[in-house]
Design a protein around this ligand. Sequence first.
Ligand code: MN
Length: 304
Amino acid sequence: MKLARFNGNRVGVVNDQQLIDISDLLPVPPEFWPPVSMIKLIAQFDELKPRIQQAVKERKGVPLASVRLESPVVWPNKLIAYPANYARHGEEMKVFIAATQGPQAVSSGAANTLGFFLKAPSSISGPADPIVLPELPGKQIHHECEMAIFIGKGGRHIPLAEAKSHIFGYACLVDVTVRGQQERVMRKSYDSFTPIGPYIVTADEVPDPDNLDLELWVSGERRQKANTRDLIVNVPNMISMAASVTTLYPGDIIAIGTPEGVGPLKAGDELTITIHGVGSMTLPVVAGKGGSNMAFEGGKAKSA
Ligand code: MN
């Protein structure tokens, strides 16, 4: 099943380029704030599924292209991300760090596979939203082509053999990143820096998440292409590692890490991300206002 959020926190099922509105079946109405209707739907999916399937059979849809799609999940308890999760991206980051920060910076662990980090959930944006670049003179802002894993059944200390049973579904995810030595969480947490979409494809429709082709284009030029079989930490290991530290909740999101081919975005670009068997979305890149702070400006506190 393909589950989309659209037109102001409504939820629908995507079926053959049609969208069937099932908002009336949600355990939490679309008007509720914070917007957690999809998360509640994920948490109660087994119980709600028969009514949703019935609605899909009986109701008439509208063309998918006629609605404004939103990120399928907002306000997750956690947005977890794995860094440098393909060997060749680790290598390209060593070259980039040596060129921009000097060769002595390479061994500092900037490109490591030693665990995961968190991004601000408020950095999540949807398939109809632009990527808004902050005003950071001299800084490169890169695209990272990734996949979102949505947690279905929560838990802690999840054994590897059970990890896949905790997956609700998948979507495309771009981990937008300001390059630099400032704290990673800050550089990756600007609003609109985690586009996710176009909708959730439930796990039963993706036979092997460790064998998916991903591609990312910028303004018609293909910058990234990879297969998830080349992940250093594969999908079950990502779930098990995260759950060894923190309780996973329904609707939590894991960004799997990027392959090689990351590169700068500029205002006016158009970014397309495709995961074959999952979906595709195309996003404009625009210039935003502001976004700099003392961390980017020499680290000296200023007076008001
Ligand atoms: Mn990343």
